[in-house]
Design a protein around this ligand. Structure first.
Ligand code: SAM
Length: 198
């Protein structure tokens, strides 16, 4: 089977490299590897999300849905006192998120786990995601409904989706599902969406 970044356990050699990025004005050096999403640079969609939305402040419990090597989760933890759950189906991505959280000094507040590793009783004050569109609409919708249902009352979801990958229809779908969703940014072919709880 071809080895995609979304393989549960990438079969390719684990060739590591580092990627430099600035997020919310702060410099990061992330370790990435073959078999994970956007291993050569901070993804443009992720960069758009983090540029278009102000960093959160304070504490709370956040979810980075589809964390990859963890740029969103690490930046959220650095900016806040929050606990961040970083979820992915790719075990190499989870390992790298752990490495990157440690390098950023936030390993104590970033929990990189498989989806079923999140305690059932946890509710999130915010979900941040550059979601995995390639899994197809039915799976994407299932994944989003699973985690949106875990938002605390008054919670927010911040998503970035390529316009050509269905950003506008996803906005309508979220609203139809009872999570009023508006477009709060648009750049480089990406839509930044903000959804709230009913
Ligand atoms: C577009 S990438 C974003 C990665 C990272 N957040 C970034 O900005 O570089 C989406 C990620 O979702 C993961 N993924 C795929 N299916 C998933 C699922 N059902 N639950 C959680 N994550 C999933 C993929 O392995 C991939 O790492």
């Amino acid at each position: 089977m071809a080895d995609h970044y979304f393989s549960a356990e990438p079969g390719s050699a684990d060739v590591r490299r580092t990627v430099e990025a600035r997020i919310w004005g702060k410099p990061y050096t992330f370790t990435t590897a073959t078999g994970v999403f956007s291993r050569d640079r901070l993804d443009i969609g992720t960069a758009v999300l983090l540029r278009e939305v102000e960093p959160p402040t304070g504490s709370g419990t956040f979810l980075d849905l589809g964390c990859g090597y963890g740029p969103i989760a690490c930046a959220l933890a650095v900016e806040t006192d929050a606990t961040v759950w970083a979820v992915d189906v790719n075990t190499r991505a989870l390992e790298l998120t752990g490495v990157n959280a440690k390098a950023a000094g936030v390993a104590d507040r970033v929990h990189a786990v498989l989806p079923d590793g999140v305690p059932d009783e946890l509710r999130f004050d915010a979900i941040w995601s550059n979601p995995a569109i390639h899994i197809g609409k039915p799976e994407l919708h299932k994944m989003l409904l699973r985690w949106l249902a875990r938002l605390a009352p008054g919670g927010d979801a911040w998503l970035v989706v390529g316009k050509n990958l269905g950003g506008d229809s996803l906005q309508r779908w979220m609203t139809d599902q009872g999570y009023p969703c508006e477009r709060v940014g648009s750049a480089k072919g990406f839509r930044v969406l903000h959804a709230t709880t009913p």
